[in-house]
Design a protein around this ligand. Structure first.
Ligand SMILES: CC(C)(COP(=O)(O)OP(=O)(O)OC[C@H]1O[C@@H](n2cnc3c(N)ncnc32)[C@H](O)[C@@H]1OP(=O)(O)O)[C@@H](O)C(=O)NCCC(=O)NCCS
Length: 372
């Protein structure tokens, strides 16, 4: 398939043979933490994804792709890039319009398009897109030599500030499917009712959960009751057992207290309004930045700082288990704005990797958009 759009730019379906060309225009993108070099061939095999290259005089000058999500009603555009010597000439616009035309002709069930950006969109984009969500981003570089010490420091910081936090539980996928609606309320944790999984904005639709299962995304959860500890007992009993079954360097408490002694202050103040907490850890992957360097994306959902810290720690420790000796990590944590100052303090003293400070989600109504 090809389509002549300007005298010297044509759009083609991307092939495995275009890999080198796409990599040649990607050099330096995202300060060396680009995902495309690692994902390109896997993406090509994904039946839910279409990938396109723009070529000029036979050379790749642009790339774009979309992934069908939300059970086929939404397309997420990902990976857009244009060769630096061709920027500002309209190639990105051409690629995107080609994606939209393909969606309309080949996937008529798709009614909306989403994409993510790292800064406010140009005014012209807001004619067709609107911003539906935004999160803050914190990123740190942890070298192989610093890894062990970093985890120790984070453990001690969790221990110092999360007296009564129960550690998050790892969720099996059968549990993920029952999470909403269940013990957690989607509207409490997921503003706008969609998840962000490493820059992919999707709903909690079953197909999306299955996708994440295939990608081995790691779910940790803290239930609303976790802030209270595990309170066992009944109204006939005089005593209740309050167990904060916490380990891994985090304060241990397992004591029985008289029922009469239980007052509102028995439990952490945050527990009364604690709505639960969720985190997604996307499997680490090697990035072009350098030998042994890996990128780890951790998405946090919830507004409780203590739980945010303990989730980061657990996701990081889980990821490190799979890291080969000598590997280092660029860790990105995506959070609600309200957690920014607190989590910056959590990472104080570590090497920042200042590339993105925010994550914006934009959405467009494909049925209403005028695409020329
Ligand atoms: C962002 C980038 C692709 C723009 O390429 P470009 O060829 O200079 O852009 P164009 O001249 O075609 O004009 C930009 C068009 O794309 C839109 N656009 C700009 N940035 C965009 C983005 N990040 N995502 C989607 N659309 C974008 C503009 O609104 C404009 O649309 P219009 O033609 O309908 O007015 C290019 O600068 C690039 O490759 N940057 C590095 C990679 C990157 O940051 N990619 C964005 C991922 S969020």
């Amino acid at each position: 398939m090809s389509s002549l759009l300007t005298p010297d730019v044509q759009i083609f379906l991307a092939t495995a043979g275009d890999y080198e060309g796409v990599m040649a225009i990607s050099e330096g993108i995202y300060m060396g933490v680009d995902y495309l070099p690692y994902r390109y061939h896997t993406w090509l095999k994904d039946p839910q994804r279409r990938m396109f290259v723009a070529k000029s005089e036979g050379k790749v000058v642009g790339f774009d792709s979309f992934l069908l999500v939300d059970g086929g009603v939404t397309a997420v555009v990902q990976g857009l890039r244009v060769a630096d010597w061709m920027r500002g000439c309209g190639v990105a616009g051409i690629l995107q319009r080609f994606c939209f035309q393909t969606l309309r002709s080949d996937h008529p069930t798709v009614i909306r398009v989403r994409l993510t950006m790292v800064e406010n969109p140009p005014a012209t984009m807001l004619n067709t897109y609107h911003i539906i969500h935004s999160k803050a981003v914190i990123s740190v570089f942890i070298s192989a030599e610093q890894l062990e010490e970093t985890i120790k420091i984070l453990e001690s910081r969790v221990s110092a500030t999360c007296d009564n936090c129960i550690p998050p539980v790892f969720l099996e996928y059968s549990e993920v499917h029952n999470l909403f609606p269940g013990s957690l309320k989607e509207e409490d944790l997921l503003p706008g009712s969609f998840l962000m999984q490493a820059w992919l904005p999707i709903t909690t639709n079953k197909d999306n959960l299955d996708l994440m299962h295939r990608w081995k995304v790691q779910w940790f959860c803290s239930y609303p009751c976790d802030a209270l500890g595990d309170v066992t007992g009944s109204s006939e009993l005089h005593d209740v057992k309050v167990s904060f079954n916490v380990n891994n360097g985090i304060k241990q408490t397992n004591e029985t207290i008289s029922k009469d002694d239980i007052t509102a202050s028995t439990f952490p103040a945050s527990s009364k309004s604690f709505l639960g907490f969720l985190s997604l850890g996307s499997p680490m992957f090697p990035v072009p930045l350098g030998e042994g360097k890996h990128r780890l994306d951790i998405d946090l959902f919830g507004t409780d700082l203590s739980f945010a810290k303990i989730h980061v720690l657990y996701q990081l420790k889980e990821a490190v288990k799979k890291l080969s000796t000598g590997g280092s990590i660029i860790c990105f944590v995506y959070i609600e704005e309200s957690l920014l100052a607190g989590l910056n303090g959590f990472f104080e003293g570590f090497t920042p990797f200042p590339i993105w400070s925010k994550q914006l989600v934009l959405e467009m109504d494909l049925t209403a958009a005028r695409i020329s």
